[in-house]
Design a protein around this ligand. Structure first.
Ligand code: ADP
Ligand code: MG
Length: 244
């Protein structure tokens, strides 16, 4: 995390100005092959609390494979990995249950007493408080993704993993979803790993951008740009061209 308000923080006694947040994701030497063909070749990745990491890469570079491993949906990889027990996950398709209404979809898998209350709050947060009883098919693609985001956050996860969550949406809806995601992340403060092939999306949303090339991390770039007005900042174009 970069704190860019000089003079507002006193460095802790004895030292360093930047406070290191605890590690949330620690992956070392992640290697994965399918039918003898290597797809990931020794990935090392550390994500700290509150960090928003974008994982960029061309189609076929292994992004989804890595995300599935982090989500423990793929347990065949080798290497060591430490991730929180129940991360929130979201994919390009919302994967809502078609036979369940919106609220039960958000509640999926949650049993504790205040889960229902939390699910309702999240539906309000994503602007769908009045659609709790709708069926998924009655919602637009963008609305279905908003439900998917609410569901991913319903368990108050320490880690949010997303694989091209806005990839199937039109450009205008995508812009609204970027704003919504930023609001949700600042409200609930999960660490985030966002897989995307969209350079603008990565630079716009993340604190750090990683580039995956042929199964290896080829670039790891901290983003030191203001959150507000980032797209119009001259550094945006510079960083963008470095990533392309
Ligand atoms: P990306 O998400 O970056 O587009 P993927 O992780 O989906 O890339 O895929 C990386 C490579 O691994 C591709 O060549 C893909 O065909 C292969 N692959 C992914 N999943 C499987 C699978 N279950 N079986 C065989 N090959 C796979
Ligand atoms: Mg993919």
């Amino acid at each position: 995390m970069v704190i860019d308000a000089p003079g507002t923080l006193t460095p802790p006694a004895g030292g360093t100005a930047a406070v290191q947040q605890p590690v949330v994701v620690e992956a070392r030497g992640i290697t994965r092959a399918f039918d003898g063909r290597g797809v990931l070749h020794g990935i090392d990745l550390t994500v700290r609390r509150g960090e928003f990491v974008a994982l960029l890469g061309r189609s076929g570079s292994g992004k989804s494979t890595l995300l599935r491993i982090l989500a423990k949906l793929d347990t065949e990889a080798t290497g060591t990995i430490k991730v929180p027990a129940q991360p929130g996950v979201a994919f390009q398709d919302s994967r809502l249950l078609p036979w369940a209404r919106v609220l039960p979809n958000v509640l999926l898998g949650l049993r504790d007493g205040d889960a229902r209350e939390r699910a309702r709050t999240l539906l309000d947060d994503v602007g769908l408080g009045d659609r709790a009883r709708a069926w998924p098919r009655q919602l637009s693609g963008g609305e279905q993704q908003r439900v998917a985001l609410a569901r991913a956050l319903a368990g108050a996860p320490e880690l949010l993993l997303m694989d091209e969550p806005f990839g199937a949406l039109d450009a205008l809806t995508r812009i609204r979803m970027h704003r919504l995601l930023r609001e949700l992340v600042s409200r609930y403060s999960p660490s985030v790993v966002l897989v995307t092939h969209d350079v603008d999306e990565a630079v716009l949303l993340a604190d750090r951008v990683l580039v995956l090339t042929d199964g290896r991390l080829s670039l790891d770039e901290q983003i030191d740009l203001p959150v507000v007005g980032r797209r119009s900042h001259p550094g945006f174009v510079a960083l963008r061209s470095r990533l392309l």
